[in-house]
Structures are given as C-alpha cells and as structure tokens.
Design a protein around this ligand. Structure first.
Ligand code: DX5
Ligand code: ZN
Length: 221
C-alpha cells in the first residue's frame, strides 16, 4: 500500500452507473473506495446499504472498501457489511454504548476496525482503545453531506491524534474525511493524516486521474 492513501467517497459518484464510475476512479489511481452509509437518523441524509457494497464486489471491484457507518445503532448492521465485502469498517463513537464491543465485533467478522470523531467530539474515547483500533477517522465536516468546507480546527485535532498514534507504536491509519481538496491536502498531511477521503474534489472533476495526480503531487512536496 502507498504511504498516503487516497480514498474517493462514492457519495459523489454517479449512482446510475456506480460500478463503472468506481472502476474508473480506481483506474485513475485511487487506493481505497470510501463507502458512506447514512441512515437519516444519526445523520440527516440517506445513502446506501450493504447490497450496494456487495453489488460492487459482484461487478468485479477488488480494491479495499472502507465502510464509514453513519448509522445508529450500529452493531446489527456490521455483519451485513462484512458479508458484503467490506475491508474496513468505521463507526462513530456516539453510535454505540459499547465502543470496545463494537470494535471486537468488526474484527470478529474479519474487517479492519476504526472509530470516527465528529468535529466537536472529544478524543478521550481513545484512552482505552489504542491497542484495538486499526484506523482513526477524524471528520473535518459535520457528517451527512458531500461538498462541505473543511473545518480548520480539525488540523489541531489531527496533530493530537498523530501524537497518540506515534506514542502507541502501533500501525494505525489516520483518516480524514470532509472538504479535502488539492489546495488543502498538503496542510492536512503535515498535520499527520495519511488517508484522505475526497468526494466532490475528485468526482466533480472531469478527469479523475488529473485530480488524483494533483493530490499526489501535493503529498510528495
Ligand atoms: C460526509 C461523508 C464524506 C463526504 C466527503 O458525511 O462522510 O465522506 O462524502 O465529501 P467531500 O469530499 O465532498 O467533502
Ligand atoms: Zn465518509
């Protein structure tokens, strides 16, 4: 895997021809497919569920699928996504009463597991799970919609999480999601992120490869 992972959010893809669009963005150099699941309860929007994930696998998509669950409650739906071909599953700390149990559940189903923090959610939930997470996702917008602006206070939060990850000595991905684009990705990487979700900044561009290449240039500098 690359040191820096670019994970296009298919929330901004063309749903009417999703398989083709996902294949195109992978051919353009994406590392991971970011799969946003919204329930119109935990977040004020509705997207797609496990059958769509399975449909992508059946279509022939073999790249890692990073399932971001914006769903409450969350435990019941985890096996569905594991069976549908998810590679990694993240959930919001507010979406379960038992963070440790939910992490275990994801791992028992053979997926990498991670927790998600909304912009105003404090990091203390990490105190007793650093030995259990494979990834930590910091939201840089309030979840529910693509195309929002990056919230600047997220940079300091990323720095704090990066310190915790380095202190843990474990191989934990630091993912950032929301408002990431060519103009701010270098600053976000400097704050410690190494996995970048980008929806509108890739799918709203006419040429996905140009968009991804421009991000990689920023990450290399
Ligand atoms: C927001 C989602 C994001 C979103 C990112 O709730 O979790 O993944 O699709 O979209 P952009 O990159 O357009 O902010
Ligand atoms: Zn997301």
């Amino acid at each position: 895997m690359n040191d820096f992972l670019i994970a296009p959010s298919i929330l901004s893809a063309d749903f009417a021809r999703l398989g083709e669009d996902v294949a195109n963005v992978l051919a353009a150099g994406a590392d991971v497919i970011h799969f946003d699941v919204m329930d119109n309860h935990f977040v004020p929007n509705l997207s797609f569920g496990a059958p769509i994930c399975k449909a992508l696998r059946d279509y022939g998509i073999t790249a890692p699928i990073d399932v971001h669950l914006m769903v409450k409650p969350v435990d019941r739906i985890i096996p569905d996504f594991a069976n549908a071909g998810a590679s990694m599953i993240t959930f919001h700390v507010e979406a379960t009463d038992h963070i440790d149990r939910t992490l275990q559940l994801i791992k028992e189903h053979g997926c990498k597991a991670g927790v998600v923090f909304n912009p105003a959610t404090p990091l203390h939930h990490l105190d007793y799970i650093m030995d259990k997470v494979d990834m930590i996702l910091i939201m840089s917008v309030n979840p529910g919609f693509g195309g929002q602006s990056f919230i600047p206070s997220t940079l300091d939060k990323l720095r704090q999480v990066r310190q915790r990850i380095d202190a843990s000595g474990r191989d934990i991905r630091l993912e950032v999601d929301g408002g990431v684009n060519v103009d701010n990705i270098a600053e976000i990487a400097a704050a410690g992120a190494d996995m970048f979700v980008a929806g509108s900044a890739i799918f709203n561009e006419p040429d996905y490869k140009v968009a991804i290449d421009k991000m990689r240039v920023q990450l290399a500098e």
